[in-house]
Design a protein around this ligand. Structure first.
Ligand SMILES: Nc1ncnc2c1ncn2[C@@H]1O[C@H](COP(=O)(O)OP(=O)(O)OP(=O)(O)O)[C@@H](O)[C@H]1O
Length: 659
């Protein structure tokens, strides 16, 4: 087994191993550039080797491992062997066994899953404690002897004060989280997780796991992580690089769909209609309404001759193509191809032998007729037609939207042309729906959507288009839904997301919020009108304090001053309208907390966490919007160690102090 000194010597061996890997990778870059057969493969190889060298070179001097497994007689495969488990694989001396095994490798699984009841061949599981880059301690569990205990190292990691961006949790992934992280690539899952149960952490580790287990496939098709806003993306941005994964696209849906700049805003009514699933039907009718019944032959001049394809045949071509349900633009080309084919047959009957250039010329000659039969379409032009309101012909919204809904989405003062039109965030989603009808968008091998409860039905469709041939990890909490169209059932959302059969799994152990704080937040659940299991906190530490004051700003200043006595980050969360006043009160009082302190609107708090949270005037947060109580639930569950609720007005009646 090995003493602390033995393990420390092993740390040095690992560091030497890492240095060897960096040197090797750098040499390979130089050699690789010289040996590649042609410039294309030189570039490919060079890029691969360079990124490997860079990745290794940038490897933080952090702990090379966090755990160790010693297998006993119960393991047929690994009996008598010991493995150190770390964030990345470290190779040993030439021909020797690896020094450290990647946490994602199959053998590492036992580190997370083995227990006294099911030791999985593990005689001893060792967890290491680090202080910075120094190995300070370890704890052993003799699983085969039925010994499994509360781990101090694990508890310390979970209760550690938070500063800066999110960190990875590889050392302490819990069995029910590991299940989700290692779910097979073809499996789509939906995770209903209460606040702080590790949904986001699970999603990011799943991305890293899938890239390890299916690197080749996913390097081609890509992995996409969608988060709710920039602040959230900033918060999670360090996790995947720390796990050695830099090629994952992390963005917001708005940026992903960003076909046009968003410069307009919608009324609440208009936004609600535009995000409704029925819009898919309206847009389809609108787009396909452009196709017209052939009323004259297609005529293609060819020298002095004119080729003709008559209405009956054209009608058949259009009808057959529509039945094939191809993307609109592909359909247009299919009709063109059918017309050209008809002319080719006519030419052959006349004894000609059509060649490729001739066929291309005929194809071009068909364009003007095609522009009438099956006109080309750009999403902005099509949406412009809809929002301008019906000018002639049937309204595609008729029979789908009510008159009031139709009126809500029609521009009061239509812009003169498409070019002068301005677009709203909801329009982006509609433009994307149209773009998806016209041409299939780029798909991903795996898409991870965080805070998915807030997606509208139309946004779900946008995600579904991108994961049609891949799989999905959907993360969310129905109780934290704050958009007007937030989900109230996962089944319905998973259908809209194109994966109706995905398993819905609940995570209920909270790793962020201390029990006293969770208990307070849980009292709101009954008023939120969703069925979700209550969160149970893993943490018995932490502090909740509710203080009534005469003036909230003063109360907040006092609370911040007190919070500064502790270590860790401080977040003051208030109704959007109160943020400015609180920030200036803190400035005026000379409270200088530097980067430790953030004053933020409740609307921006989703997904974030601070060591010490001060929620100012809950009643104002609850009143500010339709789903204000859900917003308050989010605000109350951001605290890692301490929550101060500071109020002048009575607390919302739905929030009751637990006994
Ligand atoms: N197994 C674990 N070991 C250590 N820390 C963990 C573990 N699981 C989660 N955490 C920590 O708990 C905190 C909450 O995790 P995370 O943000 O992923 O939760 P969430 O379910 O997305 O929360 P919310 O819905 O409230 O945004 C993070 O600091 C995370 O690192």
């Amino acid at each position: 087994m090995g003493t602390l000194d033995d393990e420390r010597r092993y740390v040095e061996e690992c560091r030497a191993g890492l240095r060897r890997m960096v040197r090797g990778a750098r040499d390979n870059v130089i050699v690789g550039e010289a040996v590649a057969g042609d410039s294309y493969s030189a570039e490919q190889l060079g890029r691969h080797l360079k990124s490997l060298a860079k990745e290794l070179g940038e490897e933080p001097e952090g702990p090379p491992f966090f755990g160790r497994l010693d297998f006993g007689p119960g393991s047929a495969e690994h009996r008598g062997r010991a493995y150190h488990i770390g964030r990345r694989h470290i190779t040993g001396e030439l021909g020797g066994p690896p020094l450290v095994i990647d946490w994602r490798a199959p053998v590492s699984r036992a580190f997370y899953r083995a227990g006294a009841r099911d030791p999985q061949g593990v005689a001893v599981r060792r967890r290491f404690g680090w202080s910075g880059t120094t190995l300070t301690s370890f704890e052993d569990e003799r699983l085969e002897q039925g010994e499994e205990g509360e781990s101090r190292i694990l508890a310390a990691e979970i209760e550690r004060p938070r500063v800066g961006p999110m960190r990875d949790i590889v050392a302490t992934i819990q069995p029910e989280q590991d299940d989700l992280v290692r779910a097979e690539l073809d499996t789509s899952v939906c995770v209903q997780g209460g606040p702080g149960t590790g949904k986001t952490a699970v999603g990011l580790h799943r991305a890293a796991f899938l890239l390890y287990a299916h690197r080749r496939r996913l390097e081609r098709s890509g992995v996409l992580v969608l988060g709710p806003n920039r602040a959230f993306l900033g918060y999670i941005s360090a996790v995947l690089p720390a796990l050695g994964e830099v090629d994952v696209e992390q963005t917001t849906l708005e940026r992903l769909l960003g076909a046009v700049p968003v410069t307009a805003t919608d009324s609440d009514e208009a936004a609600a209609v535009k995000h409704d699933a029925r819009m898919a039907k309206v847009l389809r009718k609108l787009l396909y309404g452009r196709i017209s019944k052939p009323v004259e032959p297609v005529v293609v001049p060819d020298g002095s001759y004119r080729w003709r394809v008559y209405e009956d045949e054209l009608r058949r071509f259009v009808d057959d193509t529509r039945r094939e349900a191809l993307p609109y633009a592909v359909g247009r080309e299919r009709v063109r191809a059918r017309v050209v084919e008809s002319i080719r047959r006519q030419a052959e009957t006349r004894g000609q032998t059509p060649n490729a250039p001739w066929l291309r010329k005929i194809g071009r000659g068909v364009t003007s007729s095609l522009d009438v039969l099956w006109p080309a379409a750009r999403p902005v032009e099509v949406l412009y037609e809809l929002l301008r309101g019906p000018e002639s012909g049937p309204d595609p919204a008729a029979g789908v939207l009510s008159d009031a809904e139709r009126a809500a989405i029609t521009w009061d003062r239509p812009p003169r042309s498409v070019r002068s039109a301005t677009w709203s965030a909801a329009d982006l989603v509609l433009l994307d729906e149209l773009a998806g009808l016209i041409e299939r968008p780029r798909g991903y091998g795996h898409v991870i959507v965080d805070e998915a409860q807030d997606l509208s039905p139309m946004e779900c469709r946008a995600v579904a288009r991108r994961s049609e041939h891949g799989s999905l990890t959907v993360l969310g909490d129905l109780a934290q839904g704050t958009t007007p169209w937030a989900a109230t059932s996962w089944r319905e959302r998973m259908e809209l997301l194109g994966k109706p059969d995905a398993r819905v799994i609940a995570l209920t152990t909270g790793f962020r919020v201390p029990a006293a704080v969770v208990d307070l937040a849980n009292t709101l659940l009954a008023a939120l009108d969703v069925e979700v299991p209550a969160t149970r906190s893993y943490r018995a530490d932490g502090r909740l304090r509710v203080t009534q004051v005469a003036k909230p700003a003063k109360g907040v200043v006092t609370a911040v001053r007190e919070a500064l006595a502790f270590e860790g980050s401080i977040g003051v969360i208030a109704a959007d309208a109160d943020v400015e006043e609180l920030a200036s009160a803190l400035r005026d009082e000379g409270v200088d907390a530097g980067e430790r302190l953030t004053v933020l609107a409740a609307a921006m708090a989703k997904g974030l966490e601070y060591d010490h949270v001060i929620v100012a005037e809950p009643a104002a947060i609850a009143e500010a919007e339709r789903r204000g109580l859900n917003r308050l639930y989010v605000a109350l569950t951001r605290a890692v160690s301490r929550l101060d609720v500071v109020h002048a007005r009575p607390l919302p009646p739905q929030l009751t102090r637990p006994r």
